[in-house]
Design a protein. Structure first.
Length: 351
């Protein structure tokens, strides 16, 4: 059955940096149908096998299209990789073409708001039932049952360079993990699996918050000691959030958690680290957001996580301080001083 998966193309929805990088990885094993809404980009990729805004080569085994119906009719396995803010809207458009036999493995590292307007996030707390992971959005908006998520560590720039890396596919279905491994594995890319899809999704989304904080420290000229402290204490906060959603600590201390966190929180190739670095160098949030070609998912996830922490009264001082710095222009050095004095009573309390 797995062999038959390679007889048809694999679909990718979203021609941003990560979607294009995943398309190139898939092309080692199969033909790829890459969806973009931009007609000019579709034409350029098909004619030159280049992505102009990313300035990268696109495999000749990748064909671009702006027709969602074509992707669904041609591909059983589809990788949706679009920003979290527009993920549900994309699924509403795609769902009319999907059937129960489809398999969706998303690569979006963010959270969705259910029945909550973005502008209302400033008003009070946010209940867990108002937040959906992307796999839950797929389930809510389509008839698809076989769902998975693609976690990290996956910096797109390093994938384009052909550097070796790994990923985690989270799913409750053995078949999803097996097919994901079949179409993605190569000498450049190792694929692990986990059944805790919610934990893998939450780890992928929440580590972007900590990456912003790590970038701020870098922008302020601070060293590795405090960066390591932030990453390890940040991991604890990620686990606290995960437990609030019923996830176990296990995926957070594996490749999808600490692996992706270290990768994202230490590299200028990470949009979230770069956002924090620029903030630490004195730029304003609005200026940075307007100038970045792709969204730093952690900026939006930070707001969602802060409101959830308020509602559940979670002890997550890093998240609380980062919210004040990013959204209220609180003095960064005062925030660091507060965190250095915060009364942590134990180092590890989740094992």
């Amino acid at each position: 059955m797995l062999e038959s998966k390679l007889q048809e193309p694999v679909g990718v929805i979203g021609a941003g940096s990560f979607g294009t990088a995943i398309s190139n990885l898939l092309a080692y094993n199969t033909e790829v149908l890459l969806f973009s809404r931009q007609k000019d980009l579709v034409r350029t990729i098909n004619e030159s096998h280049k992505h102009p805004s990313l300035d990268v080569e696109v495999s000749p085994r990748v064909r671009a299209t702006n027709n969602l119906e074509e992707v669904a009719s041609s591909c059983t396995t589809i990788f949706p990789i679009v920003p979290s803010e527009s993920f549900r809207r994309m699924m509403k458009s795609l769902s009319q073409y999907l059937r129960p036999y489809h398999m969706l493995i998303h690569g979006t590292k963010g959270l969705d708001l259910r029945n909550v307007n973005e502008e209302d996030l400033g008003k009070g707390g946010l209940k867990p039932e108002s937040i959906s992971t992307m796999s839950e959005v797929i389930r809510e908006e389509s008839v698809v049952v076989r769902i998975g998520c693609l976690s990290g560590p996956n910096l797109a720039s390093e994938i384009f360079e052909g550097q070796p890396t790994a990923t985690v596919i989270g799913s409750r279905f053995d078949e999803v993990i097996a097919v994901g491994k079949k179409v993605l594995s190569s000498r450049h890319f190792q694929v692990f699996g986990t059944y805790d899809i919610k934990g893998a999704e939450l780890a992928g989304a929440l580590k972007n918050i900590i990456a912003i904080g790590s970038g701020i420290l870098s922008g302020l000229g601070m060293g590795k000691n405090i960066q390591a402290l932030l990453i390890t204490r940040g991991l604890m906060e990620m686990i606290y959030f995960g437990k609030a959603f019923g996830a176990t600590p296990k995926p957070f201390v594996g490749t999808a958690g600490i692996g992706d966190l270290v990768c994202t929180a230490t590299s200028m190739s990470s949009r979230n680290f770069t956002f924090g670095n620029r903030l630490g160098n004195g730029e304003k949030k609005e200026e940075i957001v307007a100038s970045m070609p792709e969204m730093a998912e952690g900026v939006r996830t930070l707001k969602i996580a802060k409101k959830l922490a308020d509602e559940l009264k979670l002890h997550v001082p890093i998240t609380q301080m980062l919210f004040k710095v990013v959204y209220e222009e609180y003095d960064m050095r005062k925030a660091i001083d507060y965190l250095m004095r915060y009364p942590y009573y134990v180092d590890v309390d989740f094992i």
